[in-house]
Design a protein around this ligand. Structure first.
Ligand code: NOJ
Length: 489
C-alpha cells in the first residue's frame, strides 16, 4: 500500500494534475474521433481520373523536398483499403471519422463549372455509406492542402478568383454528399497552407514570398471560407441541417519569463497565429494588433500600403459569425519572449515574438518541433474561451509522432496527459469543448518528413505490398478511454 501510494503521488506530481481529475468523465455528448487526410493516406494518385495536386506535382519534380524522397503516390493505399480502415475505426469505438476529399479526384479539371468525376464520387460514396452502416459519423475536410496543380498555375491562393472555384467545389460536395455528411470543415490549418506554402518553402507550393504571400493567401482563404459558409447557409442548411467550421492550428505560447513583457508577447503571438483566422470568424476582421503593426511596419519598409489586405464592410459582415464550431488543431507548446531576430519583411518580424522550448519538456522521437506539454492545451482552451466568448470548440487534431514501434508508451503518456487537460478545461474552467480527434488512425505521409514520423494509433508497414496495418498499444488505450469515457490512472 505504501508503495502504491508513492507511485501514485509520483505520477500525480509529475503530470501536474490532482487525483480528482481521474474522477472526471467526458460529458455524454462529447465525441471521440480519429483524423486523416487524402494526400497523406489515399495513394492511387493517377487512378480513375484523378489529376495532380500541388503535392504530386512538386514531389515528382523535386523528390528531395522530402527527407526520405518519398511521396503520396501509394501512401497507405487507402483508396483500395478503405474497408479495412473503417473496420479499424469501428473496433476502436470512435464516434466519428474526420477525412478529407481530394479536389482533383472529384473535379479533375478543378475549375468551376467543370465535370464531376463519377469514379471519384463513387469512392467517397462507398466510404461514407460504410461509415454510416457501422455507426460512425463522417466528418469531411473540404481542403487539406492538396490544391489542384492547374489552379496553382493560375496563381493558386494568391489569385482572388480562386474563391469562385473553391465555392463551386464545396457546393459540389454539398450536393453530392450533404444528404449524409453533416459535419464539414472548409480549411485545414490555413496558417500552414499560406505561411508555410506561400511565405516559405516548408509546404507546397514552396512559394517563399515572405511577409506578403502568407497574408494574401490567408485573405483569399478566409473569403473563400466565408462565401462557402453563406452559400451553405442559404442553399443547403435548411434541408441538410449540417454544421460548418474551419480548423485552425495553434501552439500554446507560454511567457518565457514571468514578466509583463513576455506575457504581452505571448498573447500577441496567439493573436498572430490562431487569431489571424479565428478573430475574423468571430469578430469579422483581423486582430487590431495585426492591422496596426503590419500597417506601420509595411510603411517603414517603403511599401505603399499595408502588406495585410483589407476586408470591405460587406466582407466583414459576411465573415463575422461564419462558423458553427471552431476546429482546433493543437499539438504542442512553445515559450514566447519579446523581440525578434527574423528578417524583414516577414510575418514573424511583424509579430515580434521569439519562441523557444523548455529542454525539460519531452520531445517526440521523430518530430523535433513536438513536445509533450499537456497543460498547454488547457491554457489554450481557456484563452479561446476568454478571448472569443466561449464558442463551441472541436479539437480536430492532436497527436504524437513515435518511431515504428508497437509499444508506444510515449504516445500513451501524451494522449492521457492531453485528455486530462481537456477534462480540466471542461470541468474546472467551463470551456465549451465538443469533442477530441486523434491524429492519426494510421501512420501516413508526414509531408516533408515523409514516412519517418509515425503518427498512427495503427502501424503501417510501408515496405509491404499490402501496406499491412497493425494496431499499437496506444490504440487499445484510446479504445478504453472511448469506452469508459474517463482516463485510467
Ligand atoms: C497537422 C496537419 O493537419 C496534418 O496533415 C499533419 O500530418 C499533422 N498536423 C502532424 O504534423
Amino acid at each position: 500500500m505504501v508503495q502504491f501510494d508513492s507511485v501514485l503521488i509520483f505520477i500525480l506530481f509529475s503530470s501536474q494534475v490532482s487525483a480528482e481529475v481521474y474522477n472526471y468523465s467526458f460529458p455524454t455528448n462529447f465525441a471521440f474521433g480519429v483524423a486523416s487526410s487524402a494526400y497523406q493516406i489515399e495513394g492511387a494518385y493517377n487512378e480513375d481520373g484523378r489529376t495532380d495536386s500541388i503535392w504530386d506535382y512538386n514531389l515528382h519534380e523535386k523528390p528531395s523536398w522530402v527527407i526520405d524522397e518519398s511521396n503520396g503516390d501509394v501512401a497507405c493505399d487507402s483508396y483500395h483499403k478503405w474497408e479495412e480502415d473503417v473496420q479499424l475505426i469501428k473496433e476502436l469505438g470512435a464516434n466519428f471519422y474526420r477525412f478529407s476529399i481530394s479536389w482533383s479526384r472529384i473535379l479533375p479539371s478543378a475549375y468551376k463549372d467543370t465535370e464531376v468525376n463519377e469514379k471519384g464520387v463513387a469512392y467517397y460514396n462507398n466510404l461514407i455509406n460504410k461509415l454510416l452502416d457501422e455507426g460512425i459519423t463522417p466528418m469531411v475536410t473540404i481542403y487539406h492542402w492538396d490544391l489542384p496543380q492547374s489552379l496553382q498555375e493560375n496563381g493558386g491562393w494568391m489569385n482572388a478568383t480562386i474563391a469562385d472555384n473553391f465555392v463551386f467545389y464545396a457546393k459540389t460536395l454539398f450536393q453530392l454528399f450533404g444528404d449524409r455528411v453533416k459535419h464539414w470543415i472548409t480549411f485545414n490549418e490555413p496558417i500552414e497552407i499560406c505561411e508555410a506554402g506561400y511565405s516559405s518553402d516548408r509546404k507546397a507550393p514552396f512559394l517563399n514570398a515572405a511577409g506578403v504571400g502568407g497574408y494574401i493567401c490567408s485573405h483569399n482563404v478566409l473569403l473563400s471560407h466565408g462565401k462557402t459558409y453563406r452559400e451553405y447557409e442559404k442553399l443547403f442548411k435548411p434541408t441538410q441541417r449540417g454544421q460548418i467550421g474551419l480548423s485552425a492550428a495553434s501552439y500554446w505560447y507560454e511567457p518565457k519569463e514571468n514578466s509583463g513583457l513576455d506575457a504581452e508577447a505571448s498573447h500577441r503571438a496567439l493573436l498572430f497565429s490562431l487569431g489571424w483566422y479565428i478573430h475574423p470568424l468571430v469578430k469579422g476582421n483581423y486582430p487590431p494588433i495585426m492591422i496596426e503593426r503590419i500597417d506601420e511596419i509595411s510603411k517603414k519598409e517603403g511599401f505603399a500600403e499595408s502588406r495585410l489586405p483589407k476586408f470591405t464592410d460587406s466582407e466583414i459582415e459576411m465573415i463575422r459569425g461564419s462558423f458553427d464550431f471552431i476546429g482546433l488543431n493543437h499539438y504542442t507548446t512553445v515559450q514566447g519572449t519579446f523581440g525578434t531576430d527574423f528578417p524583414e519583411p516577414s510575418a514573424y518580424f511583424d509579430c515580434g515574438v521569439k519562441s523557444s522550448v523548455d529542454p525539460e519538456w519531452e520531445v517526440a522521437p521523430t518530430s523535433s518541433w513536438l513536445r509533450n506539454v499537456p497543460w498547454g492545451l488547457r491554457k489554450l482552451l481557456v484563452w479561446i474561451k476568454n478571448e472569443y466568448g466561449n464558442p463551441p470548440v472541436l479539437i480536430t487534431e492532436n497527436g504524437w509522432s513515435s518511431t515504428a514501434t508497437l509499444d508506444d508508451t510515449d504516445r500513451i503518456r501524451y494522449i492521457n496527459g492531453y485528455l486530462l487537460s481537456v477534462l480540466q478545461a471542461i470541468h474546472e474552467d467551463g470551456c465549451n469543448v465538443l469533442g477530441y480527434t486523434h491524429w492519426s488512425l494510421l501512420d501516413n505521409l508526414e509531408w516533408l518528413a515523409g514516412y519517418s514520423a509515425r503518427f498512427g494509433l495503427v502501424d503501417v508497414d510501408f515496405n509491404s505490398s499490402n501496406k499491412t496495418r497493425t494496431p499499437r498499444k496506444s490504440y487499445g488505450v484510446y479504445q478504453e478511454i472511448i469506452k469508459s469515457r474517463r482516463i485510467n490512472p
